[in-house]
Each structure stands twice: as structure tokens, then as C-alpha cells.
Design a protein around this ligand. Structure first.
Ligand code: SAH
Length: 392
């Protein structure tokens, strides 16, 4: 097996179980590993420290294990079984009211580069590293076995998540089965998942608990669900007894999906209307009829350089909501940009609140749910931030 030798002293972060080896930490490589191959990582004094997937780029090795063990069928089986046990322990799997959850959350499940979302009988597998792409069939075999009787179809969806330069010829498609039944359930509500063309793996599984909280605050309120995508927050608000729900997204496809999903749960319900429109335009032209507003925009910053603009984006967006929300209104506001810290986000929202001059209280500080766990040794895995605010 190819071996990566670290520069002297560069094993410190690995000793603290951080799962990445940066290219700058490497002294030399023995052998000529291909991208995606498994390599052993040794310290300058030739002590084993980790084993993982090799890739060209600033993260050169994504650690699969800190134990010198073979990365074989039993390894994948073991890791997926642990992930599945955890999802059952927290009640998102094996739950008659919920068959939608994240089974594997990359570093959070000690499987860097791998995401698996389960939607009823279909699992969507997404590789974010070349290694996980190369090992996709091993992963799929282990998954089919660990989830026998639950998952019958495995859809591989990595066209847009792998490094373009690697030229892997990856295509989206079923690795196992091929069901067209794409209705899944979250907390007793149904929705269509577009795993063929939808964003991410087809649905934003990470808002489950925040949607449930929103439901509790929806009674008799006029709700604006801005950046609705598949309408998740909208149908929860309707179940919570909202007076009216308006869903907005700039994508016409998202609006179709939202209408379809609302119809699936509340056929013919006149309380809901969806608009395909730009968020800023809509916020400018809308009146002050809303007393519950959700702002869940796409990641404004994907890289560190874009941070300043992103914060300005959050500030502007939230300022509009503070300006228009009814007295006594509740604002659910989110950021899913990994490079925006909790503090950054809170400062942006704070500035927007101050600009409006209104009295604002923080009711809840939200984050990602337990099926998107954060590896304690990899704090970068914390990405979803939300605030629930009471606006006087
Ligand atoms: N809240 C959603 C997820 C939102 S994802 C959920 O719970 O599932 C972000 C959405 O913002 C995408 O659907 C995207 O189409 C939409 N979007 C991006 N830019 C936009 C803009 N300028 N105005 C309105 N919607 C926008």
C-alpha cells in the first residue's frame, strides 16, 4: 500500500483525531497513489497514525481510521451499522411516522466525503471525495446489507459534488433497484423527493426539527416561507393551524414542488399560495400582513473569501423582514453557510435588528438535527445556524 510520510511535528492534529491531512503537512509519499486510493499515513519517525483516502488538493488524505485496520467489506459494514444504530437510538429511523433521515453525515459519522440520505425505501448516496466515489460499490453493498428489509433502492447522485478536475466520468443513477415511488414521510407529513434532479439529495433533511418547532408557533398566524424550495416549512405551518401560508422561491421548479407537496398533505386547502419570485423583490413589494416569517436562503458564502459579502447579504435580507413583520411577529432566520460562524451570523442579524430600531428577543438558537452529528474533533462540521426571534 502507498504510504504518506508527514513532516516532523505535523501529526499533532491527527493525534487529536482531526480527520484531514493537509497537503502542506506531507513530507513525501512512498509509491504513486491514484486519487481515491487508500493510503497509510506515518509520522516522520515512521509511526502509524492514520489510514484514509488520498486525493489531490489541499486536503490530501481524508481519514477513515486511526487504527491500522483493513478498509474492506467488514469495515464499511461496521461503520454503516454504527450509523444506523445511532439513527434508531435517536428515533428518526424505525419510526412509523418518519422514514426520512440522514444515515451518514460525512466526518460526523467518521466517513469523510460520504453522505447518505434515506427516503423510505430509497437511499441516496452522495460522494464528496474521490475516495468515496471509487468505493461507491463497496459502500452500496454494505448499505444494502445493513438496511436489508428497509432500503431496496440505492440512487447514486454525485455529478455535482465531486471535483471537476478528477474527470471521473461520474453519472447519476441507481446502483440498486430503481423505484419510481418517490413519496417519503417526515414527522407524519408526506412529500415528493426529486432525487433525480433536486438540490442536494432531493430534500433538505436538516430542517426537520426546526420545521416541527415552527409548527408549534403557526396557529392563527399569517406565514411567509421565503426560499421555500420543496415547501417543507409551509406544510408544517399548515398543520400547525396557520391562517394563511405564502411560499416564495425564485425557482419555478421549486414552486411546482411546493404546490405538489402542499396538495399531497392538504388537498384543495385555500390557505396556501406560492410565488415564483426573487426574495428581495418580494420583500420589497409585500405589505405588512405577515406575523411569522421564515428566511432560509441558500449558502451565501461557499468559500472564506466570500464571507464579507455573505454577511452583508444576511444583513440586508433580515433587515427587510424586521422592517415588515407585524408587531408580535416571529422570525425564523437561518444560515447554512459553513464558513459563516454562529457569531458572524448573530452579528449580521443583530445589525439588521438595530437598523429597524425594533425590540427583538431571541427565543431559540437552532442548529442541525442529531442525524447530522458534529464530530467533536471536527468542529467544522457544524454548519446550520438559526435564530427564532420575537419582534415587538
Ligand atoms: N427552506 C428550504 C430550503 C431552502 S434552499 C427547505 O426547508 O427545504 C434555498 C432555496 O432558495 C432554493 O430553493 C433556491 O431556489 C432559492 N433561491 C435562491 N436564490 C433565491 C432568490 N434570490 N430569491 C428567492 N429564492 C431564491
Amino acid at each position: 500500500m502507498n504510504t504518506v510520510y508527514l513532516k516532523k511535528g505535523k501529526e499533532e492534529s491527527l493525534k487529536r483525531f482531526h480527520p484531514w491531512v493537509f497537503s502542506g503537512a506531507i513530507h513525501h509519499i512512498e509509491g504513486d497513489p491514484e486519487e481515491g486510493e487508500v493510503v497509510r499515513v506515518l509520522t516522520a519517525d515512521r509511526q502509524f497514525i492514520a489510514i484514509g483516502h488520498y486525493q489531490i488538493g489541499s486536503i490530501a488524505v481524508r481519514v477513515l481510521s486511526f487504527v491500522d485496520e483493513p478498509i474492506d467489506e467488514a469495515f464499511w459494514h461496521r461503520r454503516l451499522a454504527i450509523a444506523y444504530d445511532m439513527r434508531r437510538a435517536i428515533g428518526v429511523a424505525g419510526n412509523p411516522k418518519n422514514n426520512t433521515y440522514r444515515l451518514v453525515h460525512g466526518e460526523g459519522d467518521n466517513l469523510p466525503g460520504l453522505v447518505i440520505d434515506v427516503y423510505g425505501r430509497t437511499a441516496v448516496v452522495q460522494a464528496h471525495s474521490v475516495g468515496m466515489h471509487v468505493y461507491r460499490h463497496e459502500v452500496a453493498r454494505a448499505l444494502a446489507d445493513v438496511m436489508k428489509g428497509v432500503v431496496e433502492n440505492i440512487y447514486y447522485k454525485s455529478e455535482t459534488t465531486l471535483p471537476f478536475k478528477a474527470d471521473l466520468g461520474q453519472e447519476n443513477g441507481f446502483i440498486l433497484g430503481g423505484s419510481a415511488d418517490n413519496v417519503a414521510m417526515e414527522n407524519g407529513l408526506n412529500f415528493h423527493v426529486d432525487w433525480l434532479k433536486g438540490q442536494k439529495t432531493g430534500f433538505f433533511v436538516d430542517q426537520r426539527e426546526n420545521r416541527a418547532l415552527l409548527e408549534r408557533y403557526s396557529k392563527d398566524r399569517s406565514v411567509l416561507n421565503m426560499f421555500c424550495y420543496t415547501g417543507g416549512f409551509s406544510f408544517y405551518a399548515m398543520r400547525g393551524g396557520a391562517k394563511l401560508v405564502h411560499s416564495v422561491d425564485s425557482s419555478a421548479k421549486a414552486i411546482d414542488l411546493t404546490n405538489k407537496n402542499v396538495e399531497l398533505n392538504f388537498p384543495g386547502d385555500p390557505r396556501h399560495t406560492a410565488y415564483a419570485e426573487d426574495a428581495f423583490k418580494y420583500l420589497d413589494r409585500m405589505g405588512d400582513q405577515y406575523d411569522l416569517i421564515i428566511l432560509d436562503p441558500p449558502a451565501f458564502a461557499k468559500h472564506k473569501d466570500a464571507l464579507r459579502n455573505a454577511l452583508q447579504g444576511y444583513r440586508k435580507l433580515n433587515a427587510k423582514a424586521f422592517e415588515k413583520i407585524k408587531p408580535g411577529g416571529i422570525l425564523f432566520t437561518f444560515s447554512c453557510s459553513q464558513v459563516v460562524t454562529k457569531e458572524n451570523f448573530r452579528t449580521a442579524v443583530f445589525t439588521a435588528a438595530a437598523m429597524s430600531g425594533r425590540s427583538v428577543r431571541i427565543l431559540h438558537q437552532l442548529t442541525q438535527p442529531a442525524d447530522h452529528p458534529v464530530n467533536i474533533y471536527h468542529p467544522e462540521g457544524e454548519y446550520l445556524k438559526g435564530l427564532v426571534l420575537y419582534v415587538e
